[in-house]
Design a protein around this ligand. Structure first.
Ligand code: SAM
Ligand code: SF4
Length: 314
């Protein structure tokens, strides 16, 4: 579907749960999230119904995220349902803690690719930033995903000056092994509000790495700019703050409670769960919302989202 500004909305990102088995310091409060009653969460069948409507409106790609999508009950059924609807590409963003045990079944059910979040290659730093995570599980998952031929694997790394800025070269080496590493600027959202000391712009990282050549834009990626180093490492840079990609934004978001968000950085949303349960025409609501998708975010003007990232899924 084309929105009022001519953008073709063909990408739906779904946060299937706001629960997580980690507590990354910039994303989740230490005590976790407030308990939400079962009734307030979209069922697997309801999510499937909403995806079907989006499919009919022209959505071709669905990303499942969270919270941690692999802790959601029924995730394999959901993937299978979405595949059966004929969605062209299903991807998943995961912390990969449970991926080792689930990768084979996820592939069989229809996941085409994984983005794996990993901010450090040091065991203790990983334990610290995730408040208890086991790096070995993530590395084992990455190897398995590779063995299963689910490629390309993308690693998402949020760069923080006082945490992992000194590991950039290690991530470049990881990328030289054939994994695409994407550096993400820390966004001032939820738990990360007020952590501006840790913010590093991608242009600073590009300068630090040095040996990089920009890869020609194939028109596929709206959010990342890709570079290659002389050893063939492919590195992506996601700059939500310093470079706006709003004019090309092709995505909308659905959270696990059924809130439809037109922009990651907006506090505005429209709930689909209640009208869906009342049997109302939610296709009309979705079309109205897409038509009103904002022109751009207002982060540079200080207009930050006060939701934690785990509720929206990144
Ligand atoms: N739990 C899954 C994971 O970690 O991959 C999916 C959800 S997580 C919210 C999605 C992505 O958002 C992760 O790569 C995470 O690092 C990123 N993220 C969370 N908070 C962020 C922030 N304040 N700024 C930039 N990225 C953030
Ligand atoms: Fe969980 Fe992902 Fe947030 Fe970390 S970034 S706390 S893994 S939702």
């Amino acid at each position: 579907m084309i929105d009022a500004l001519g953008r073709n909305i063909d990408y739906l990102r779904i946060s299937v749960t706001d629960k997580c088995n980690l507590r990354c310091k910039y994303c989740m409060p230490e005590e976790g999230i407030q308990h939400v009653s079962h009734d307030e969460i979209l069922s697997i069948e309801e999510i499937t119904k909403i995806v079907e409507i989006f499919k009919n409106l022209g959505v071709k790609k669905v990303r499942l995220t969270g919270g941690e999508p692999l802790v959601r009950n029924g995730i394999l059924d959901l993937v299978k349902n979405i595949k059966d609807l004929g969605i062209e590409e299903i991807t998943m963003t995961t912390n990969a803690i449970k991926l080792y045990d689930m990768a084979y079944d996820l592939k069989k059910s229809g996941v085409d690719r994984f983005n794996i979040s990993l901010d450090t290659l040091d065991r203790w730093k990983y334990y610290d930033i995730t408040r208890g995570g086991d790096l070995d599980k993530v590395l084992k998952s990455i190897n398995l995903v590779k063995e299963l031929g689910i490629e390309p694997i993308k690693i998402n790394t949020v760069v923080m000056r006082n945490f992992n800025f000194n590991e950039i070269d290690d991530f470049v080496k990881l990328a030289e092994s054939g994994i695409i590493v994407r550096f993400i600027e820390l966004m001032p959202i939820g738990e990360a509000i007020g952590k501006s000391d840790d913010y590093v712009s991608n242009s600073e990282i590009i300068e630090k790495i040095g040996d990089l050549e920009k890869i020609k834009d194939d028109g596929k990626s709206k959010v990342a700019e890709y570079y290659r180093n002389s050893n063939g490492a492919v590195l992506g840079f996601i700059n939500p703050i310093s470079h706006k990609f709003c004019s090309e934004c092709n995505r909308v978001r659905l959270d696990c409670k059924g809130n439809l968000l037109m922009c990651l950085h907006s506090n505005k949303s429209r709930n689909l769960r209640q009208p869906l349960r009342r049997g109302e025409d939610i296709e009309k609501i979705i079309v109205d919302e897409i038509y009103r998708k904002p022109k751009s975010h207002l982060l540079l003007e200080g207009n930050f989202n006060n939701r934690d990232m785990n509720t929206i899924g990144g």
